[in-house]
Write a protein that binds this ligand. Structure first.
Ligand code: ZN
Ligand code: ZN
Length: 165
């Protein structure tokens, strides 16, 4: 997002619009960025100091931390503040970096498809939002991991007898 500094009005200027999603320029496999970044900002120029205040938002595709399903999440910064020093000969101020950084900081850490997501069964992988499986009724530990006394997955291997011919 660029702000034209020529003939900037002393009372400031209001900006409303959106930047294409590629300004985010993020290569994070955990998120899909497909929605433009919208902004509603008030910018003021005092001396060499440009300040923009307002709200920015977009939508990101996330994989649910429990069931891995794709979901869209609104990412919003309601107290966006950008401050830049500008020179008297400068024609534009570019706020793209400020937009990107604030959106990245606002990304959800453990996104869920919905707050009550039941996740996947750790044994059979069944999506427990769709139907329940019978694993919970049996022991949670898979059969192969049960033998031996040390309780590690490798203890089952101790019980295998190798027969030499
Ligand atoms: Zn989920
Ligand atoms: Zn199961």
């Amino acid at each position: 997002m660029k702000i034209n500094l020529r003939n900037f009005p002393s009372e400031g200027r209001h900006y409303e619009g959106e930047d294409p999603v590629d300004v985010l320029d993020v290569a994070d496999p955990g998120f899909r960025f497909e929605t433009p970044v919208s902004y509603k900002l008030n910018a003021t120029l005092t001396g060499h100091s440009l300040v923009a205040l307002g709200r920015i938002w977009t939508k990101v595709g996330v994989a649910c931390a429990r069931c891995l399903k794709n979901a869209d999440r609104k990412v919003e910064v309601t107290d966006f503040v950008a401050h830049q020093e500008v020179t008297p000969t400068q024609d534009f101020a570019d706020l793209t970096d400020n937009l990107r950084e604030d959106i990245l900081l606002a990304l959800p850490q453990n996104p869920l498809c919905n707050p009550g997501c039941k996740g996947l069964c750790p044994v059979c992988g069944q999506d427990l939002n769709e139907k329940t499986c019978s694993c919970a009724k049996r022991a949670v530990v898979p059969d192969g991991f049960r033998g031996g006394g040390t309780g590690t997955p490798w203890s089952a291997l101790d019980q295998i007898k190798i027969v030499r011919k």
